[in-house]
Design a protein around this ligand. Structure first.
Ligand SMILES: [Fe+2]
Ligand SMILES: [Fe+2]
Length: 483
């Protein structure tokens, strides 16, 4: 029987190790297990089941249990990197984004830049290129240099071509774009400038009246960690505060996402030491786990790291380091993932679940300073505008200098390949919520009052706010704990 069970799960790209299989067979009847396996959606990437995930697979007829599948969490072994790796990495990124762009009807006839240089007259041409340079000409037009593996070409975007000009104005280096227009072999005259973007899709709604809550940036260990506010939040999420109706609403929460900066860390910004209440990283995680352990255990907590956590800062950041964060690992209801990660929640019979992209948001500072429409429309107050910008570029940090990253030779894990239903970030310590096409955008708040560093750089955090998404209606409410 055990071979049949393993094989039924394998058909869905889900794998059981001997310990998980033992646990499964001890806790469930064979028929029930086979039924759970057959009702699973086939996963795009292999998923390895652990005991918590096994529990989540079975939705009892009484109370709904959370169902969490980690679709993408970076777990490559660290290795030495050389200059050549950056070249292969950029090539991998170009290929991935070109494939996304080539799905568009108007770009399917794209040719290589080398072939475009062979054009003699002003022929209609379509290209997909990476932005190598962008300059404004004397006449107020944009002159882009586009690059692909075959060569470079100048592309002119005239200021009287309003739509393309506005798109060019928002471009930052290293983005991959599509252009249609005319080419004389030396210069490309742009008619349309097309971004990879996300398509219009169905605004998915789940079958069950359950909710997911989104928090980030606890910064436990800092003198500014807002303990009392966090305890208010814990008491609320546990359904212990407010009127009966509020308690009932809070009890609907089955998922809690924490998008990084669990602790304040050590040596992260100048003179941080003066602002630390806990000066040992292991103790910081210990304290953080103490608060998280107070949250009712039927909530599945999904956690990634941020730039204050004790992991390498280059993205993708791996899961939290066990040496330091053993206390977080010990939480029975926590799933630890990399930053970024793609997680599917609440896949139940007949419903594929919601795909959630979780990213701490370290690249946000760059786009807030360098993209005019974000800077002029609220900057740090509008994390959602950065999220929309990144979805349009289908990359979490398109420009080489916008974040530190690990150059994988074969695949760029920071490309947004799958369109998320929910996109959650942290880092800028201010909640902003909106929707872009079918994706709910949530920039998380924080649990730390203003630090001297934030004061100096002019940030205005807005702590202790918790966005809650009802997965049946997709309505988002923000619960405030500052008062
Ligand atoms: Fe933070
Ligand atoms: Fe951060």
């Amino acid at each position: 029987m055990s071979a049949d069970i393993v094989s039924a799960f394998m058909q869905k790209n889900v794998f059981l190790n001997p310990s998980a299989l033992g646990y499964l067979m001890k806790s469930r009847k064979a028929g029930e297990i086979m039924q759970a396996a057959s009702s699973l959606e086939r996963k795009n990437a292999p998923v390895f089941l652990d005991n918590t995930m096994i529990d989540a697979l079975f939705v009892s007829s009484g109370e709904l249990k959370p169902v969490v599948s980690v679709i993408k969490s970076y777990n490559e072994e660290p290795k030495k990197r050389e200059v050549g790796h950056f070249v292969s990495y950029m090539r991998a990124r170009y290929d991935q984004l070109r494939d996304i762009l080539m799905n568009r009807m108007d770009l399917q006839s794209a040719i290589s830049i080398k072939r475009a240089t062979e054009k003699k007259t002003m022929e209609k041409t379509v290209l997909v290129g990476m932005v190598f340079n962008k300059e404004e000409t004397k006449n107020g037009n944009f002159c882009l240099t586009l690059e692909d593996p075959s060569g470079h070409m100048k592309a002119i975007v005239r200021k009287d071509n309003k739509h393309a000009f506005e798109a060019a104005n928002e471009l930052t280096m290293d983005e991959v774009i599509g252009v249609t227009g005319r080419c004389n072999g030396e210069v490309f005259f742009v008619n349309e400038l097309l971004l990879p973007d996300i398509p219009v899709a169905e605004f998915k709604k789940g079958p069950d009246d359950v909710c997911a809550a989104f928090i980030s940036d606890l910064h436990v260990g800092s003198k500014m960690f807002l303990k009392d506010k966090f305890l208010k939040f814990v008491s609320w999420i546990n359904g212990e505060t407010g009127a009966e109706e509020q308690k009932k609403e809070a009890k609907k929460i089955k998922y809690l996402f924490i998008a990084g900066d669990l602790v304040d860390g050590i040596g992260i910004y100048p003179e941080q030491d003066n602002e630390l209440e806990i000066k040992d990283i292991v103790e910081q995680y210990h304290e953080c786990a103490k608060y998280l352990s107070m949250i009712r255990q039927d909530i599945s907590i999904i956690i990634c790291g941020g730039n204050h956590d004790a992991i390498r800062i280059s993205e993708p950041q791996p899961v939290l380091e066990k040496t330091y964060a053993a206390a977080i690992y010990a939480l029975p209801n926590a799933t630890l993932v990399s930053n970024p990660a793609l997680i599917n929640i609440h896949a139940v019979k007949g419903f594929p679940g919601f795909n959630v992209v979780m990213y701490h948001g370290y690249s946000f500072d760059y786009y807030i300073s360098n993209v005019e429409s974000i800077r002029h429309n609220g900057g740090y107050d509008r994390g959602d505008l950065v999220m929309k910008h990144l979805l349009q570029k289908r990359h979490l940090c398109p420009t080489h200098t916008s974040s530190l990253y690990i150059p994988d030779e074969k695949h760029d894990p920071l490309v947004i390949e799958k369109v998320p239903d929910i996109f959650i970030t942290g880092h800028i310590h201010k909640t902003a919520i909106s929707a872009y096409k079918s994706t709910t955008l949530i920039s998380g708040s924080c649990w730390q009052s203003k630090t001297t560093f934030q004061e100096k750089v002019g940030h205005n955090p807005e702590p202790a706010r918790v966005p809650v998404v009802n997965l049946k209606t997709r309505e988002v409410k923000v619960v405030k704990f500052m008062a």
